[in-house]
Design a protein around this ligand. Structure first.
Ligand SMILES: Nc1ncnc2c1ncn2[C@@H]1O[C@H](COP(=O)(O)OP(=O)(O)O)[C@@H](O)[C@H]1O
Ligand SMILES: [Mg+2]
Length: 177
């Protein structure tokens, strides 16, 4: 059965490093949005284009899963709803979903993002203390039920199902536009 890995965590947590390892071990296709944003736009966000790129990567992931391949989405997935939407997508395709969370304490995080900017600036962007504070406030940590795959919430108000929610969060993930 095809596997979908969701890599969850803040910048510097080690997501891309682990995603590379998982890709080797499982023979899975890895999608790391930073590797697309840099070459395409030279910027991590590019005025909302990250969502456009992520959506198209979700679309591509859908194609791979449909073909029986396994996929690693190295998106960070800070939002609980994002993870729930991807779990719904995996289930609808008959794929097994694995939520992999990499917690990180602030001291280690600072050490790693600083080291990465120093050693491999072409793979990253400068990150300030204020950025880290803001992102901490935005991140919704997965709980045990979620990590055990026992998380099947109802979609947020205004959405009939998770498919509708996904089309709203990532419009470019839709197969036909
Ligand atoms: N388990 C680890 N122990 C020590 N350093 C690590 C570990 N995982 C990643 N790193 C280093 O920390 C930095 C951030 O890792 P990275 O995988 O790019 O994080 P993320 O993708 O979550 O932002 C990189 O320089 C990487 O080499
Ligand atoms: Mg990364």
């Amino acid at each position: 059965m095809a596997d979908l890995f969701l890599i969850v965590g803040l910048p510097g947590a080690g997501k891309t490093t682990l995603a590379r390892e998982l890709a080797e071990v499982h023979g899975a296709v890895r999608f790391s949005p930073d590797e697309w944003m840099g070459p395409l736009f030279g910027d991590a966000e590019a005025d909302g284009k990250r969502d456009v790129v992520e959506g198209r990567l979700v679309w591509t992931a859908t194609e791979v899963l449909r073909a029986g391949g396994s996929v690693i989405l190295d998106f960070g997935f800070w939002g609980r709803d994002e993870r729930a939407g991807l779990c719904w997508l995996a289930a609808s395709l008959g794929a097994d979903v694995h939520t992999v969370y990499l917690p990180i304490d602030r001291a280690t995080q600072v050490e790693r993002v600083t080291g990465r900017w120093r050693d491999t600036p072409e793979q990253t962007w400068p990150i300030s203390q204020a950025d880290l504070d803001e992102w901490d406030g935005m991140f919704q940590e997965p709980d045990d039920a979620e990590l055990a795959g026992r998380y099947n919430p109802t979609p947020p108000q205004g959405f009939a199902d998770w498919g509708e929610w996904m089309a709203d969060r990532w419009p470019t993930s839709r197969t036909s536009l």
